[in-house]
Design a protein around this ligand. Sequence first.
Ligand code: C2E
Ligand code: CA
Ligand code: CA
Length: 693
Amino acid sequence: MDRAKKIKILHLENNGIDAELVAFALKEQSYHVDIYVTDEKDLFCKKLDKEKYDLILMDYDTPELSASDAITLIKAKKIKTPIIIISGPIGYQKTVQLIKQGAFDYVLKENLAGLADTVSRALKEDHHKTDDAKDDDSAALKVTKTGVFRVDIKTGHCLSMNGPLCQMLGYTKEECGDEGWLKCIVSAEKTNFKKEFERNLKSQLPFEMIVRLVTKKSNQIWVRCNCIPEITAEKMEYIGVIVDITHLKKTEDELVNLSMHDVLTGLPNRRSFAEAVQAMVNECERGLLDSFAVFYMDLDRFKTVNDMFGHQCGDELLKQAAARFKSSIRQYDIISRIGGDEFLLVFKHVSSIGEIAFLADNLLNKFRVPFYIGEHECLTTLSIGAVYVHGPIESIDAESIIQKADQALYRAKARGRNCYEIYTDNISHEIQHTAFIENALRHAIAKDELKIFFQPEIDLLKSNIFGFEVLLRWQQPVYGDISPGIFIPIAEESGQMKEIGGWVIDAALNAFENLFSDSAYFRNHNVSLSVNISPMQLLEEDFIDQLIKKMKSKNIVRGRVIFELTETGLIQNVEQLKTQFNHSAANELFFAVDDFGTGYSSFTHLKELPIKIIKIDQSFVQSIQTDANCKNIIKSIITLAKSMDITLIAEGVETQEQVDFLYSNGCHILQGYFFSEAIPLEGLAVYMQNFKI
Ligand code: C2E
Ligand code: CA
Ligand code: CA
């Protein structure tokens, strides 16, 4: 049918958005359509009676009228308009039922890209139908292009094949001989099928069989044959009807494939993964397999990439990540995507916990290399929770193994991500489930459960307090104190960081105001407050303006409040942040790079941003005594920072040895338990008053 011509469509659908999507899909494929949408039975009937439509579309289960009832109704009215079902995956059985009832075909709501094709086939078919009907009104079988054949029950010989059947196969009856259409059955299935077919003939009952044929042109087609016995005094025969169901079979395969595979990456989905793991459990129980390990993995900060670059980039990243996983495993290992940015992996034959560590490290390293998506460079590290299954195992199933891996993953994330955790039994007791935290966090501000504490940063050169880092504390009534290391990432992922971060900033600026008026030390020594901010906050369009406004309203001068951004957060968002920082007003603010050394950033990046301070990550500081390499890293950070006129602060300082090393190498502002833990606001004035070094 000519796409320029307007097609009149009646659409039975109760979901307005779905109806719009269908209209959009058709228009996008250059169809001119005039669609009437309704979900009311009466209206639907009235329209059928009064108007003539080219096409009827229907949802599978509109509340007032199911597709099946609607088709019955249409057939009762002797309306021949082609019907297409548009619905969610309703299952092969149901589809076949509807098609048997008279629907032309069926299209998945999730895959409307195929709709235009189906519509064009339906309209063409309708066109032929009317032509054929004109030629020969009585030839119902010809109209439906159904193949028909006859078989002699006694001999099993094919007696006749009609035109459409010969056309379907490309062979004449003569070419097929006594075997008839059975000659075309694919060779691997032929013997079995023929045996079964003959057995059915002997039963003298109606039967149905489905089989694959090879046509003269070497095309494979799926057919369904329905056979009915015709037994009279003169003859003992079967009459059979053959229908080409290739397109249905394809849908069925797609459905099976869909239900076992993740559409985006083509990897097995959770269901098929769980089945594979269950099979391994069974093998272990029977002593056929010695061991395996399940990894539950999550891409760190994937949500940020998605939010910033859009879903298409997010999808591309997932595809590239899937490819990276695939290239990291052996043939008999399985990687699967279970939704969002979560992946499951099973390694077969793992000899020890040590090997798990090796495999996990290997994966972590692979994800430390950035992804390139269009012109964007994205760094998305990995967090891994692993479970080791080995030895004689009893009463364990795939689901509980996956759950344990999930708990271990949760731990890895709480430890700061970009790392792995191996499950041990005790973590399930202490685990605080993400869902619980996410929920409780929603009320934390309203219930006044959040508090800020202040950890001093000591300037050894000037023998005074350089500033205080503002650290958030959550006093949760059921779980007690929950570390920000645990709840901040959850707040970020669940979109609560804007509110919580905003609360911290307000609390810190109020504290500044109080300290400034109450403490002479604070005023006179230019003591600063340093507030941690999450990249989520900085991505708010007017974040910088708001911040400056707030600072001005409290008369806080430039540099007295510093904003800390972790190096990883900074690097992952560097392009977006540049525009924020280029904002002329950004120069009014002082920024510090937190956890420096963990994010693989380069100093060139830093040069482009208004960074005034670098905080050397505590992991380097804490390895000073044990790792010569760390000493060298710290030394080079110090040299570079000096050359760029950036102030350095070392975090996590716990011992005299660390103090000596840092101080003698030129880093003289130090923070850590060696000097003080974080102090509540009430204790600050006294701390400053008594401060001496
Ligand atoms: P951070 O910014 O690296 O903060 C330093 C963390 O190290 C703090 O943990 C602090 O208590 C701890 N620490 C200080 N001195 C020592 C030491 O000598 N040894 C050891 N082992 N640890 C030390 P805390 O308060 O649990 O905070 C954890 C992380 O949570 C922070 O790491 C920061 O990334 C995040 N965070 C805390 N408050 C906020 C906030 O208000 N907003 C945002 N976005 N993040 C926050
Ligand atoms: Ca910090
Ligand atoms: Ca830090």
